[in-house]
Each structure stands twice: as C-alpha cells, then as structure tokens.
Write a protein that binds this ligand. Structure first.
Ligand code: ADP
Ligand code: 5GP
Length: 187
C-alpha cells in the first residue's frame, strides 16, 4: 500500500483550486480521476478532470463492481472513485489525491485508514461559499441551489476529518495544507 491525500468539502469551497496549486509543488502526487454522469463544464476534459459517462454507462460500471465508492451526490448525478485509479497511481509508486464529497470522504478514509490523510476544506462562511459558486460562473441557478442545499449538512461533518483548512486567503490555505501534508508524508 502507498499513501493517499483526500480532500472533501461542499462544492465551491476551493478543493480544485487548492489541489491545482499543490500538484505543482508535490511531484509525487497523482490525481484520482473520478467518473461522473454530469455534463462537462466549459474547459473540462474527459480523462483529465473526470471520466464523463452517460447515466447508463455509470450504472453498468457500478454493477460490474468497478467502483471503490460511488454516490448520487445530487439527484440524478452520480460520482465515483474507480478502483483502477488506485492501481494506476500506486503501481507507479505515487501518492493518490482524491477530491470527493463528504460521504465519499468517509468511505475512502475507512478503506485506507492511516494510509490516508483526510482534509476538509472549510469556506470562511456560507455567504462566501455562495458568492464563490456564483463567481465561478460554471453552474446554473438550479445547480447552485442544489449545491448550497447540500452544503449545510456537509459542513457539520468537518470534525470527522483529520484536518480542517479554512480557505479564506488562498495562499495561506495552500501553505497550511502543504505543511500538514509534508508532516504526513514524512511520518
Ligand atoms: P470546489 O473544487 O471545492 O468545488 P473550486 O476550487 O472550483 O471549488 O472553487 C470555487 C470558486 O472559488 C472558484 O471560482 C475559485 O476560483 C474560487 N476560490 C477558491 N478559493 C478561493 C479563495 N481562497 N479566495 C477567493 N476565491 C477562491
Ligand atoms: P463538481 O460537480 O462540483 O465537480 O463536484 C460535485 C461534488 O462531487 C464535489 O463535492 C466533489 O468533491 C464530489 N465528487 C467528485 N468526484 C467524486 C467521487 O469520485 N466520489 C464522490 N463520492 N464524490 C465525488
């Protein structure tokens, strides 16, 4: 077994932004590309940001036992971690980086135990989270409402993660995350 870093938070808290910064710093990181049945956003690429599957193909792969965990995160939209991603990354001797919702975070942490560091990315406030989802400019009003509706319950689960990082000032949040990851990797 190798090691894994797991990021969870409600959508819009800044996981993708923080992970992008960290990938430039940690050469050993490789991102676990999730599968999803949602449509790509502008600029997102199949096999880079996600494996974009139709709903039927997603369900076929669930039935085939291809997922380590999967979740219908929003009604009608599924996301899941493929077992093949774990093999791909660990076979190459690298550290896996996961970006999953809070339930997925609990499943992965249970699976990997102390081999995974679980990090919860906290927004400075719910108001700022809403502003960020709007300013990202990638989601419809309906999609933003779905994300906000789910966020309140997800935020309550922060204490169950190994570390909570408040993403107010981005550079400070990235620095703090780097410090906890370096400690974990050197343990
Ligand atoms: P997630 O991956 O958790 O859904 P994103 O990384 O897409 O969130 O971030 C949501 C939006 O908030 C993006 O437009 C991003 O540029 C912005 N953002 C992220 N972190 C910060 C920050 N510390 N300060 C201001 N804006 C931020
Ligand atoms: P988005 O549509 O904003 O890319 O992602 C929506 C939510 O789905 C985010 O909270 C993200 O972390 C989560 N997510 C992405 N991939 C996975 C996955 O493989 N499994 C689970 N459980 N959630 C995921």
């Amino acid at each position: 077994m190798g090691k894994a870093i797991l990021f969870s938070a409600p959508s819009g808290c800044g996981k993708t932004t923080i992970i992008r910064e960290l990938m430039q710093y940690f050469d050993c990181f490789d991102f676990s590309i999730s599968a999803t049945s949602r449509q790509p956003r502008e600029g997102e690429r199949d096999g880079v940001d996600y494996y974009f599957l139709s709903h039927d193909d997603f369900k076929r792969r669930v039935a085939a036992g291809d997922f380590l965990e999967w979740e219908e995160v929003y009604q009608g939209t599924c996301y899941g971690t493929l077992k093949s991603e774990v093999d791909r990354i660990w076979d190459a001797g690298r550290v896996i980086v996961f970006d999953v919702d809070v339930n997925g975070g609990h499943s992965i942490k249970r699976w990997f135990g102390t081999d995974a560091l679980s990090i919860f990315v906290m927004p400075p406030s719910v108001e700022v989270l809403e502003q960020r989802l709007r300013s990202r400019g990638t989601d419809s009003e309906e999609s933003i409402r779905k994300r906000l509706a789910r966020s309140a319950r997800e935020l309550e689960e922060a204490p169950q993660f190994d570390v909570t990082i408040v993403n107010d000032d981005l550079q400070r949040a990235v620095q703090e995350t780097r410090t906890v990851i370096e400690k974990f990797l050197n343990e």
